[in-house]
Write a protein that binds this ligand. Structure first.
Ligand SMILES: [Zn+2]
Length: 263
């Protein structure tokens, strides 16, 4: 961890870089959701550590037999009830709110999130790409249309797309499943547009997410890392904030607009 002066210098430097930027993009990971009480997947208290990793052939199984996959998903949901409740009960934290503030202030153009919990939307952020999907949505495997999971009737499996008749699957991206094309395209577009890149609460080891900050950095775009832990990106970052998003992002907002970061 930082000495107190070092942390406040890093926050000052981050605020100055954000103030100078014209199109800041943030890549967000599980660390931000963990501050809202959502268990991470790996690590000591991780959901996969406790219940076992999900099978790596989920995508293949879906393609072989979508009806059987849905049947399995419905029972899987019960097995993961504790995890699902943790997500449903979670509320946006100070880090989510500060990111929504930055967007409202015109200082954060886009969020690329690896989280599936909908907390950015609930905090008020508007420009979001969810590369691993959203757990409250389903997606058509043929036309890519998305709809709310709760509006889908599960009395006949697999459920079909009302637009094109294709198979519906939950929007959450499974192991082996390609990142939805529309999401991936938007990520590369934002990576090409940005002039500042924030990496928040992610160890940035999972591709393709890990690639976006590296591509931006290669173009000379400065990186700001907000993470209590060192990551493979730390060496590339021009500003490193060794604190959580909830601790540091409100302080950045406060530097930009005094009085605003204290809510
Ligand atoms: Zn469709």
């Amino acid at each position: 961890m930082h000495e107190p002066d070092e942390l406040s210098n890093a926050i000052e430097a981050a605020a100055a870089a954000i103030a100078r930027s014209g199109h800041a993009v943030a890549l967000v990971g599980a660390g931000l959701s963990a501050e809202s009480g959502i268990p991470t997947f790996r690590g000591g208290e991780g959901i996969w550590t406790k219940l076992g990793e999900p099978t790596f052939d989920g995508w293949e199984l879906f393609n072989q037999d979508p009806a059987a996959w849905w049947q399995e998903a419905i029972s899987f949901k019960q097995e993961f009830a504790e995890f699902n409740r943790a997500i449903d009960d979670a509320t946006p934290n100070a880090g989510h709110r500060a990111m929504a503030d930055l967007e409202a202030m015109g200082r954060l153009a886009h969020i690329i999130t690896q989280n599936i919990d909908n907390l950015h939307q609930r905090a008020g952020s508007r420009h979001i790409t969810e590369i691993h999907g959203n757990r409250y949505l389903v997606r058509c495997m043929s036309c890519g249309a998305r709809d709310r999971l709760e509006s889908v009737r599960l009395d006949r499996l697999p459920p079909l797309c009302p637009e094109c008749g294709g198979f519906l699957k939950n929007d959450t991206v499974m192991f082996g499943e390609p990142i939805p094309e529309d999401a991936l395209r938007e990520c590369y577009r934002q990576t090409a547009l940005c002039d500042l890149f924030l990496v928040v609460g992610t160890s940035a080891v999972v591709y393709p997410a890990a690639e976006f900050p590296v591509i931006a950095c290669r173009r000379g775009v400065p990186l700001i890392e907000i993470n209590p832990e060192e990551t493979p990106l730390s060496g590339l970052a021009s500003v490193v904030i060794r604190a959580t998003a909830g601790q540091s992002l409100p302080a950045i907002v406060e530097r930009l607009v005094p009085g605003r970061g204290r809510r």
